[in-house]
Design a protein around this ligand. Structure first.
Ligand SMILES: *Cc1c(COP(=O)(O)O)cnc(C)c1O
Length: 467
Protein backbone atom coordinates (compact mmCIF):
# COMPACT_ATOMS: atom_id res chain seq x y z
CA UNK A 1 0.00 0.00 0.00
CA UNK A 2 1.35 3.42 -0.95
CA UNK A 3 1.28 5.99 1.85
CA UNK A 4 -0.17 9.21 0.42
CA UNK A 5 2.13 11.85 1.95
CA UNK A 6 0.68 15.37 2.06
CA UNK A 7 2.06 17.89 -0.49
CA UNK A 8 1.28 20.80 1.88
CA UNK A 9 1.79 21.88 5.47
CA UNK A 10 -0.80 23.33 7.83
CA UNK A 11 -0.88 27.10 8.42
CA UNK A 12 -4.34 27.63 9.90
CA UNK A 13 -6.27 25.15 12.02
CA UNK A 14 -9.98 24.83 12.75
CA UNK A 15 -10.58 23.11 16.11
CA UNK A 16 -12.96 20.16 16.18
CA UNK A 17 -14.70 19.01 19.32
CA UNK A 18 -14.85 15.41 20.49
CA UNK A 19 -18.24 14.29 21.76
CA UNK A 20 -19.09 11.42 24.08
CA UNK A 21 -21.06 8.39 23.00
CA UNK A 22 -23.91 9.43 25.32
CA UNK A 23 -24.03 12.86 23.71
CA UNK A 24 -24.12 11.35 20.22
CA UNK A 25 -26.86 8.94 21.31
CA UNK A 26 -28.97 11.92 22.43
CA UNK A 27 -28.23 13.92 19.26
CA UNK A 28 -29.21 10.96 17.10
CA UNK A 29 -32.51 10.57 18.92
CA UNK A 30 -33.23 14.29 18.53
CA UNK A 31 -32.34 14.10 14.81
CA UNK A 32 -34.69 11.15 14.25
CA UNK A 33 -31.65 9.07 13.23
CA UNK A 34 -31.19 11.24 10.13
CA UNK A 35 -27.56 12.41 9.86
CA UNK A 36 -28.53 15.41 7.68
CA UNK A 37 -30.28 16.77 10.79
CA UNK A 38 -27.18 16.72 13.02
CA UNK A 39 -25.32 19.93 13.92
CA UNK A 40 -22.00 19.69 12.02
CA UNK A 41 -20.14 20.83 15.15
CA UNK A 42 -20.94 17.52 16.79
CA UNK A 43 -19.24 15.50 14.03
CA UNK A 44 -15.57 14.52 14.43
CA UNK A 45 -14.74 13.44 10.86
CA UNK A 46 -17.37 14.67 8.40
CA UNK A 47 -17.51 12.58 5.22
CA UNK A 48 -21.04 13.60 4.22
CA UNK A 49 -19.82 15.17 0.96
CA UNK A 50 -16.77 16.43 -0.94
CA UNK A 51 -18.83 19.33 -2.33
CA UNK A 52 -17.88 22.81 -1.17
CA UNK A 53 -15.90 21.34 1.73
CA UNK A 54 -12.36 21.80 0.31
CA UNK A 55 -9.62 23.70 2.14
CA UNK A 56 -8.35 26.62 0.05
CA UNK A 57 -4.62 27.30 -0.29
CA UNK A 58 -2.77 30.40 0.96
CA UNK A 59 -2.55 31.46 -2.69
CA UNK A 60 -6.35 31.28 -3.03
CA UNK A 61 -6.90 33.17 0.23
CA UNK A 62 -4.44 35.84 -0.90
CA UNK A 63 -6.47 36.10 -4.13
CA UNK A 64 -9.62 36.71 -2.08
CA UNK A 65 -8.05 40.00 -0.91
CA UNK A 66 -7.61 41.03 -4.54
CA UNK A 67 -11.33 40.84 -5.26
CA UNK A 68 -12.45 43.59 -7.67
CA UNK A 69 -16.09 44.06 -6.71
CA UNK A 70 -17.05 46.19 -9.72
CA UNK A 71 -20.52 45.36 -11.03
CA UNK A 72 -19.33 44.97 -14.63
CA UNK A 73 -15.95 43.95 -16.05
CA UNK A 74 -14.23 42.94 -12.78
CA UNK A 75 -10.57 42.07 -13.38
CA UNK A 76 -11.13 38.77 -11.57
CA UNK A 77 -13.67 37.81 -14.23
CA UNK A 78 -11.04 38.22 -16.96
CA UNK A 79 -8.56 36.12 -14.99
CA UNK A 80 -11.23 33.47 -14.44
CA UNK A 81 -12.29 33.53 -18.12
CA UNK A 82 -8.67 33.19 -19.37
CA UNK A 83 -7.99 30.32 -16.96
CA UNK A 84 -11.16 28.43 -17.84
CA UNK A 85 -10.62 28.90 -21.56
CA UNK A 86 -7.02 27.71 -21.37
CA UNK A 87 -8.10 24.43 -19.71
CA UNK A 88 -11.52 23.70 -21.21
CA UNK A 89 -11.09 25.45 -24.55
CA UNK A 90 -14.72 26.49 -25.21
CA UNK A 91 -15.75 29.83 -26.70
CA UNK A 92 -18.29 31.08 -24.14
CA UNK A 93 -17.52 31.11 -20.39
CA UNK A 94 -20.55 31.82 -18.18
CA UNK A 95 -20.06 31.97 -14.38
CA UNK A 96 -22.81 30.69 -12.04
CA UNK A 97 -23.05 30.39 -8.26
CA UNK A 98 -22.91 26.58 -8.42
CA UNK A 99 -23.29 23.61 -10.74
CA UNK A 100 -27.05 23.16 -10.71
CA UNK A 101 -27.59 26.71 -11.97
CA UNK A 102 -25.38 25.92 -14.98
CA UNK A 103 -27.56 22.83 -15.54
CA UNK A 104 -30.76 24.80 -15.13
CA UNK A 105 -29.69 27.50 -17.62
CA UNK A 106 -28.53 24.98 -20.22
CA UNK A 107 -31.55 22.66 -19.98
CA UNK A 108 -34.17 25.43 -19.77
CA UNK A 109 -32.74 26.76 -23.05
CA UNK A 110 -32.28 23.58 -25.10
CA UNK A 111 -34.44 20.82 -23.55
CA UNK A 112 -38.16 20.78 -24.45
CA UNK A 113 -41.04 18.68 -23.07
CA UNK A 114 -41.04 15.12 -24.45
CA UNK A 115 -37.30 15.09 -25.17
CA UNK A 116 -34.67 12.67 -23.78
CA UNK A 117 -31.23 13.40 -22.35
CA UNK A 118 -28.88 10.39 -22.12
CA UNK A 119 -25.96 10.44 -19.65
CA UNK A 120 -23.70 7.70 -18.26
CA UNK A 121 -25.52 8.21 -14.91
CA UNK A 122 -27.29 11.46 -14.08
CA UNK A 123 -26.36 13.10 -10.80
CA UNK A 124 -29.53 13.83 -8.77
CA UNK A 125 -29.65 17.62 -9.48
CA UNK A 126 -28.95 16.93 -13.16
CA UNK A 127 -31.78 14.42 -13.37
CA UNK A 128 -34.12 16.80 -11.51
CA UNK A 129 -33.25 19.67 -13.87
CA UNK A 130 -33.88 17.52 -16.98
CA UNK A 131 -37.18 16.25 -15.58
CA UNK A 132 -38.19 19.77 -14.59
CA UNK A 133 -38.29 20.58 -18.34
CA UNK A 134 -40.74 17.71 -18.88
CA UNK A 135 -38.01 15.59 -20.46
CA UNK A 136 -36.70 12.13 -19.63
CA UNK A 137 -33.24 11.57 -18.06
CA UNK A 138 -31.78 8.26 -19.31
CA UNK A 139 -28.80 6.42 -17.73
CA UNK A 140 -26.78 4.57 -20.40
CA UNK A 141 -23.69 3.51 -18.43
CA UNK A 142 -21.92 0.20 -19.15
CA UNK A 143 -23.59 -2.72 -17.31
CA UNK A 144 -20.55 -3.48 -15.12
CA UNK A 145 -21.09 -0.17 -13.30
CA UNK A 146 -23.73 -1.93 -11.21
CA UNK A 147 -21.46 -4.80 -10.08
CA UNK A 148 -19.49 -3.84 -6.91
CA UNK A 149 -17.05 -6.73 -7.47
CA UNK A 150 -16.09 -5.91 -11.08
CA UNK A 151 -12.64 -4.27 -10.95
CA UNK A 152 -12.57 -2.86 -14.50
CA UNK A 153 -10.58 0.40 -14.73
CA UNK A 154 -13.24 2.57 -16.44
CA UNK A 155 -16.61 1.63 -14.97
CA UNK A 156 -17.96 5.14 -15.70
CA UNK A 157 -17.95 4.53 -19.47
CA UNK A 158 -20.94 5.19 -21.70
CA UNK A 159 -22.44 2.05 -23.24
CA UNK A 160 -21.97 3.25 -26.84
CA UNK A 161 -24.00 0.40 -28.35
CA UNK A 162 -26.97 1.08 -26.09
CA UNK A 163 -26.58 4.80 -26.78
CA UNK A 164 -26.96 4.20 -30.52
CA UNK A 165 -29.98 1.96 -29.88
CA UNK A 166 -31.44 4.74 -27.74
CA UNK A 167 -30.93 7.33 -30.50
CA UNK A 168 -32.60 5.04 -33.03
CA UNK A 169 -35.47 4.26 -30.68
CA UNK A 170 -36.36 7.80 -29.55
CA UNK A 171 -35.19 9.62 -32.69
CA UNK A 172 -32.34 12.07 -33.17
CA UNK A 173 -34.69 15.10 -33.04
CA UNK A 174 -35.80 14.28 -29.52
CA UNK A 175 -32.22 14.27 -28.15
CA UNK A 176 -30.98 17.87 -27.80
CA UNK A 177 -27.66 16.79 -26.29
CA UNK A 178 -25.86 13.89 -24.61
CA UNK A 179 -24.02 14.27 -21.28
CA UNK A 180 -21.01 12.46 -19.87
CA UNK A 181 -20.39 12.78 -16.13
CA UNK A 182 -16.66 12.70 -15.30
CA UNK A 183 -16.02 11.06 -12.93
CA UNK A 184 -19.36 9.25 -12.60
CA UNK A 185 -20.45 10.46 -9.14
CA UNK A 186 -23.65 8.41 -8.77
CA UNK A 187 -21.82 5.31 -10.03
CA UNK A 188 -19.11 5.31 -7.34
CA UNK A 189 -16.80 8.06 -8.66
CA UNK A 190 -15.60 5.79 -11.48
CA UNK A 191 -13.75 7.36 -14.43
CA UNK A 192 -14.55 7.47 -18.16
CA UNK A 193 -11.73 6.55 -20.56
CA UNK A 194 -10.49 8.80 -23.36
CA UNK A 195 -11.23 6.00 -25.81
CA UNK A 196 -14.84 5.85 -24.67
CA UNK A 197 -15.15 9.64 -24.96
CA UNK A 198 -13.73 9.48 -28.50
CA UNK A 199 -16.14 6.70 -29.47
CA UNK A 200 -19.10 8.55 -27.96
CA UNK A 201 -18.07 11.65 -29.89
CA UNK A 202 -17.74 9.75 -33.17
CA UNK A 203 -21.20 8.24 -32.76
CA UNK A 204 -22.84 11.56 -31.90
CA UNK A 205 -21.12 13.29 -34.80
CA UNK A 206 -22.79 10.88 -37.19
CA UNK A 207 -26.19 11.91 -35.81
CA UNK A 208 -25.34 15.61 -35.35
CA UNK A 209 -25.99 15.53 -31.57
CA UNK A 210 -23.89 17.78 -29.28
CA UNK A 211 -21.85 16.24 -26.44
CA UNK A 212 -21.56 18.04 -23.10
CA UNK A 213 -19.54 17.08 -20.03
CA UNK A 214 -20.72 17.27 -16.43
CA UNK A 215 -17.15 18.17 -15.50
CA UNK A 216 -17.28 18.46 -11.66
CA UNK A 217 -14.40 16.00 -11.11
CA UNK A 218 -12.58 16.41 -14.42
CA UNK A 219 -9.08 16.56 -12.88
CA UNK A 220 -9.62 13.32 -10.97
CA UNK A 221 -10.90 11.70 -14.20
CA UNK A 222 -7.81 12.93 -16.10
CA UNK A 223 -5.57 11.55 -13.35
CA UNK A 224 -7.14 8.09 -13.78
CA UNK A 225 -6.63 8.32 -17.56
CA UNK A 226 -2.95 9.10 -17.00
CA UNK A 227 -2.61 6.25 -14.54
CA UNK A 228 -4.64 3.58 -16.35
CA UNK A 229 -5.02 4.27 -20.08
CA UNK A 230 -2.25 3.28 -22.51
CA UNK A 231 -0.55 6.27 -24.17
CA UNK A 232 -1.20 8.85 -21.44
CA UNK A 233 1.48 8.11 -18.80
CA UNK A 234 3.80 10.85 -20.10
CA UNK A 235 1.17 13.48 -20.76
CA UNK A 236 0.46 16.27 -18.26
CA UNK A 237 -2.99 16.52 -16.62
CA UNK A 238 -3.52 19.81 -18.49
CA UNK A 239 -2.76 18.17 -21.85
CA UNK A 240 -5.12 15.29 -21.05
CA UNK A 241 -7.87 17.73 -19.99
CA UNK A 242 -7.47 19.74 -23.20
CA UNK A 243 -7.76 16.64 -25.35
CA UNK A 244 -10.75 15.37 -23.38
CA UNK A 245 -12.72 18.63 -23.66
CA UNK A 246 -11.85 18.96 -27.37
CA UNK A 247 -14.28 16.07 -28.03
CA UNK A 248 -17.21 18.02 -26.54
CA UNK A 249 -19.30 21.08 -27.36
CA UNK A 250 -19.41 22.43 -23.82
CA UNK A 251 -19.63 21.54 -20.12
CA UNK A 252 -21.36 22.30 -16.85
CA UNK A 253 -19.17 22.59 -13.78
CA UNK A 254 -19.60 22.70 -10.02
CA UNK A 255 -16.36 24.31 -8.84
CA UNK A 256 -17.28 23.11 -5.33
CA UNK A 257 -15.53 19.88 -6.39
CA UNK A 258 -12.46 20.19 -8.63
CA UNK A 259 -12.49 24.00 -8.51
CA UNK A 260 -11.21 23.70 -4.91
CA UNK A 261 -13.59 26.42 -3.68
CA UNK A 262 -16.50 26.55 -1.24
CA UNK A 263 -18.91 28.12 -3.75
CA UNK A 264 -18.91 28.63 -7.53
CA UNK A 265 -19.59 27.02 -10.90
CA UNK A 266 -19.80 27.75 -14.60
CA UNK A 267 -21.18 26.77 -17.98
CA UNK A 268 -19.03 26.56 -21.12
CA UNK A 269 -20.19 26.16 -24.69
CA UNK A 270 -19.34 26.89 -28.32
CA UNK A 271 -22.87 27.42 -29.72
CA UNK A 272 -23.38 31.20 -30.23
CA UNK A 273 -27.18 31.30 -30.26
CA UNK A 274 -27.51 29.05 -27.20
CA UNK A 275 -24.91 31.20 -25.40
CA UNK A 276 -26.84 34.36 -26.19
CA UNK A 277 -30.15 32.93 -24.95
CA UNK A 278 -28.50 31.56 -21.82
CA UNK A 279 -26.78 34.86 -21.07
CA UNK A 280 -30.11 36.69 -21.29
CA UNK A 281 -31.60 34.21 -18.82
CA UNK A 282 -28.51 34.53 -16.60
CA UNK A 283 -29.11 38.27 -16.27
CA UNK A 284 -32.72 37.60 -15.30
CA UNK A 285 -32.11 34.98 -12.58
CA UNK A 286 -28.44 34.99 -11.54
CA UNK A 287 -26.54 38.20 -12.32
CA UNK A 288 -24.56 40.18 -14.86
CA UNK A 289 -22.43 37.98 -17.20
CA UNK A 290 -19.12 39.02 -15.59
CA UNK A 291 -20.06 37.81 -12.10
CA UNK A 292 -22.96 35.33 -12.45
CA UNK A 293 -24.09 35.22 -8.83
CA UNK A 294 -20.60 35.38 -7.33
CA UNK A 295 -18.37 38.07 -5.81
CA UNK A 296 -15.16 39.13 -7.60
CA UNK A 297 -13.16 37.42 -4.85
CA UNK A 298 -14.99 34.12 -5.47
CA UNK A 299 -14.04 34.27 -9.16
CA UNK A 300 -10.40 34.86 -8.20
CA UNK A 301 -10.38 31.91 -5.78
CA UNK A 302 -11.94 29.73 -8.50
CA UNK A 303 -9.38 30.80 -11.14
CA UNK A 304 -6.55 29.91 -8.75
CA UNK A 305 -8.18 26.65 -7.61
CA UNK A 306 -8.57 25.44 -11.20
CA UNK A 307 -4.80 25.76 -11.68
CA UNK A 308 -3.94 24.04 -8.40
CA UNK A 309 -6.20 21.07 -9.08
CA UNK A 310 -4.12 20.15 -12.17
CA UNK A 311 -0.97 19.71 -10.06
CA UNK A 312 0.10 16.08 -10.09
CA UNK A 313 1.49 16.12 -6.55
CA UNK A 314 -1.90 17.30 -5.40
CA UNK A 315 -3.78 14.65 -7.43
CA UNK A 316 -1.43 11.89 -6.31
CA UNK A 317 -2.22 12.81 -2.73
CA UNK A 318 -5.93 13.34 -3.34
CA UNK A 319 -6.70 10.13 -5.18
CA UNK A 320 -4.06 8.37 -3.05
CA UNK A 321 -5.75 9.34 0.21
CA UNK A 322 -9.12 8.00 -0.94
CA UNK A 323 -7.41 4.81 -2.10
CA UNK A 324 -5.51 4.53 1.20
CA UNK A 325 -8.77 4.47 3.16
CA UNK A 326 -10.26 1.92 0.77
CA UNK A 327 -7.23 -0.36 0.96
CA UNK A 328 -7.09 -0.29 4.78
CA UNK A 329 -10.72 -1.42 4.81
CA UNK A 330 -10.33 -3.97 2.03
CA UNK A 331 -7.33 -5.60 3.72
CA UNK A 332 -9.36 -6.03 6.92
CA UNK A 333 -12.12 -7.77 4.94
CA UNK A 334 -14.64 -4.91 5.14
CA UNK A 335 -16.92 -5.10 2.06
CA UNK A 336 -16.47 -2.02 -0.18
CA UNK A 337 -17.26 -1.16 -3.80
CA UNK A 338 -14.32 -1.79 -6.14
CA UNK A 339 -12.27 -0.40 -7.71
CA UNK A 340 -11.94 2.50 -5.26
CA UNK A 341 -13.27 5.71 -6.89
CA UNK A 342 -11.76 9.20 -7.07
CA UNK A 343 -13.58 11.06 -4.31
CA UNK A 344 -15.16 8.48 -2.01
CA UNK A 345 -15.11 4.98 -0.56
CA UNK A 346 -18.44 3.15 -0.57
CA UNK A 347 -19.27 0.57 2.12
CA UNK A 348 -21.42 -2.30 0.83
CA UNK A 349 -24.09 -2.46 3.55
CA UNK A 350 -25.84 -5.56 2.14
CA UNK A 351 -22.66 -7.56 2.81
CA UNK A 352 -21.68 -5.64 5.97
CA UNK A 353 -25.07 -6.30 7.62
CA UNK A 354 -26.56 -9.41 5.98
CA UNK A 355 -28.86 -9.87 8.99
CA UNK A 356 -30.75 -6.62 8.27
CA UNK A 357 -33.31 -6.90 5.43
CA UNK A 358 -33.57 -4.00 2.96
CA UNK A 359 -36.96 -3.05 4.40
CA UNK A 360 -35.10 -2.13 7.62
CA UNK A 361 -32.61 0.21 5.90
CA UNK A 362 -29.23 -1.53 6.41
CA UNK A 363 -27.16 1.33 4.92
CA UNK A 364 -28.91 3.92 7.08
CA UNK A 365 -28.39 1.67 10.15
CA UNK A 366 -24.70 1.40 9.32
CA UNK A 367 -24.32 5.18 8.90
CA UNK A 368 -26.13 5.74 12.22
CA UNK A 369 -23.88 3.24 14.04
CA UNK A 370 -20.72 4.78 12.60
CA UNK A 371 -21.72 8.15 13.99
CA UNK A 372 -22.88 6.81 17.36
CA UNK A 373 -19.80 4.68 18.01
CA UNK A 374 -17.09 6.87 16.46
CA UNK A 375 -18.40 10.37 15.59
CA UNK A 376 -17.97 9.85 11.83
CA UNK A 377 -20.65 11.02 9.36
CA UNK A 378 -21.15 9.34 5.99
CA UNK A 379 -24.23 9.34 3.79
CA UNK A 380 -26.73 6.59 2.97
CA UNK A 381 -27.10 5.75 -0.72
CA UNK A 382 -29.70 3.02 -0.69
CA UNK A 383 -33.37 2.49 0.06
CA UNK A 384 -33.78 5.78 1.95
CA UNK A 385 -32.42 7.80 -0.97
CA UNK A 386 -33.61 5.74 -3.95
CA UNK A 387 -36.41 3.46 -2.72
CA UNK A 388 -39.55 4.03 -4.80
CA UNK A 389 -43.20 3.17 -4.27
CA UNK A 390 -44.82 0.82 -6.77
CA UNK A 391 -47.79 2.47 -8.45
CA UNK A 392 -51.04 0.86 -7.33
CA UNK A 393 -49.79 -1.40 -4.51
CA UNK A 394 -47.72 1.27 -2.69
CA UNK A 395 -45.11 -1.45 -2.04
CA UNK A 396 -41.53 -0.17 -1.64
CA UNK A 397 -39.18 -1.15 -4.47
CA UNK A 398 -35.60 -1.46 -3.22
CA UNK A 399 -32.58 -0.32 -5.24
CA UNK A 400 -29.95 -2.87 -6.25
CA UNK A 401 -27.23 -1.41 -4.02
CA UNK A 402 -27.26 -0.47 -0.33
CA UNK A 403 -24.21 1.76 0.21
CA UNK A 404 -22.73 4.17 2.73
CA UNK A 405 -20.64 6.76 0.89
CA UNK A 406 -17.61 8.16 2.70
CA UNK A 407 -16.75 11.24 0.60
CA UNK A 408 -13.35 12.73 1.41
CA UNK A 409 -13.13 16.56 1.46
CA UNK A 410 -10.09 17.87 -0.47
CA UNK A 411 -6.99 18.84 1.59
CA UNK A 412 -9.00 18.83 4.84
CA UNK A 413 -8.19 15.71 6.86
CA UNK A 414 -4.76 14.32 7.74
CA UNK A 415 -3.83 10.74 6.99
CA UNK A 416 -4.03 10.07 10.75
CA UNK A 417 -7.70 11.06 10.72
CA UNK A 418 -8.23 8.84 7.69
CA UNK A 419 -6.53 5.97 9.57
CA UNK A 420 -8.86 6.70 12.50
CA UNK A 421 -11.84 6.34 10.16
CA UNK A 422 -10.52 2.99 8.90
CA UNK A 423 -9.87 1.72 12.44
CA UNK A 424 -13.36 2.77 13.54
CA UNK A 425 -15.06 0.99 10.64
CA UNK A 426 -12.99 -2.15 11.19
CA UNK A 427 -14.02 -2.07 14.87
CA UNK A 428 -17.66 -1.72 13.86
CA UNK A 429 -17.31 -4.58 11.37
CA UNK A 430 -16.11 -6.90 14.17
CA UNK A 431 -19.19 -5.99 16.22
CA UNK A 432 -21.62 -5.90 13.29
CA UNK A 433 -24.05 -8.51 14.69
CA UNK A 434 -25.11 -5.99 17.35
CA UNK A 435 -26.33 -3.43 14.77
CA UNK A 436 -30.13 -3.25 14.52
CA UNK A 437 -32.40 -2.12 11.71
CA UNK A 438 -34.58 1.00 11.57
CA UNK A 439 -38.20 1.85 10.85
CA UNK A 440 -39.14 5.06 9.01
CA UNK A 441 -41.60 7.19 10.95
CA UNK A 442 -41.79 10.24 8.64
CA UNK A 443 -41.11 10.80 4.96
CA UNK A 444 -41.62 13.82 2.69
CA UNK A 445 -43.23 13.24 -0.73
CA UNK A 446 -39.97 14.14 -2.59
CA UNK A 447 -36.21 13.82 -1.86
CA UNK A 448 -37.17 12.14 1.40
CA UNK A 449 -33.62 11.35 2.53
CA UNK A 450 -32.99 14.97 3.58
CA UNK A 451 -35.82 15.12 6.14
CA UNK A 452 -36.90 11.53 6.90
CA UNK A 453 -37.08 10.39 10.54
CA UNK A 454 -36.58 6.92 11.96
CA UNK A 455 -36.71 4.90 15.13
CA UNK A 456 -34.52 1.98 16.06
CA UNK A 457 -36.24 -1.36 16.00
CA UNK A 458 -34.94 -2.31 19.44
CA UNK A 459 -36.43 0.94 20.80
CA UNK A 460 -39.75 0.01 19.26
CA UNK A 461 -39.75 -3.40 20.90
CA UNK A 462 -38.87 -1.74 24.23
CA UNK A 463 -41.74 0.69 23.74
CA UNK A 464 -44.07 -2.25 23.05
CA UNK A 465 -42.88 -4.03 26.19
CA UNK A 466 -43.47 -0.91 28.27
CA UNK A 467 -47.01 -0.28 27.02
C1 LIG B 1 -22.30 18.37 -7.28
C2 LIG B 1 -22.67 17.92 -8.61
C3 LIG B 1 -23.56 18.67 -9.41
C4 LIG B 1 -24.29 19.89 -8.91
O1 LIG B 1 -23.45 20.91 -8.47
P1 LIG B 1 -23.83 21.90 -7.26
O2 LIG B 1 -22.66 22.83 -7.19
O3 LIG B 1 -24.01 21.07 -6.04
O4 LIG B 1 -25.09 22.61 -7.64
C5 LIG B 1 -23.81 18.21 -10.69
N1 LIG B 1 -23.23 17.08 -11.15
C6 LIG B 1 -22.38 16.34 -10.41
C7 LIG B 1 -21.76 15.11 -10.98
C8 LIG B 1 -22.07 16.73 -9.11
O5 LIG B 1 -21.23 15.98 -8.38
Amino acid sequence: MKFPSEPFKIKVVEPIRRTTRAERERLLREAGYNLFRLPAESVYVDLLTDSGTSAMSDHQWAGMMLGDESYAGSKNYYHFEDTVRSIFGYKHVIPTHQGRMAENLLFSTVVKPGMCVPNNIHFDTTRANVEHQGAQALDVVVKMAYDPHDESPFKGNMDVIRLEETINRVGRDRIPLVLLTITNNSGGGQPVSMENIRNTRALLERYGIPLFFDACRFAENCFFIKEREPGYADRSILEIARELFSYGDGCTMSAKKDGLVNIGGFLNLNHDQWAQDITNMLILVEGFPTYGGLAGRDLEAMARGLREVLDEDYLNFRVGQVRYLGELLDQAGVPIVKPIGGHAVYLNAKEFLPHIPQAEFPAQSLAVSLYREHGIRGVEIGTVMFGTKEAGTGRTLHPELELVRLAIPRRVYTNMQIAYVAESIIDLYRRREGIRGLAMTYEAPMLRHFTARFEELEDRSLARAAS
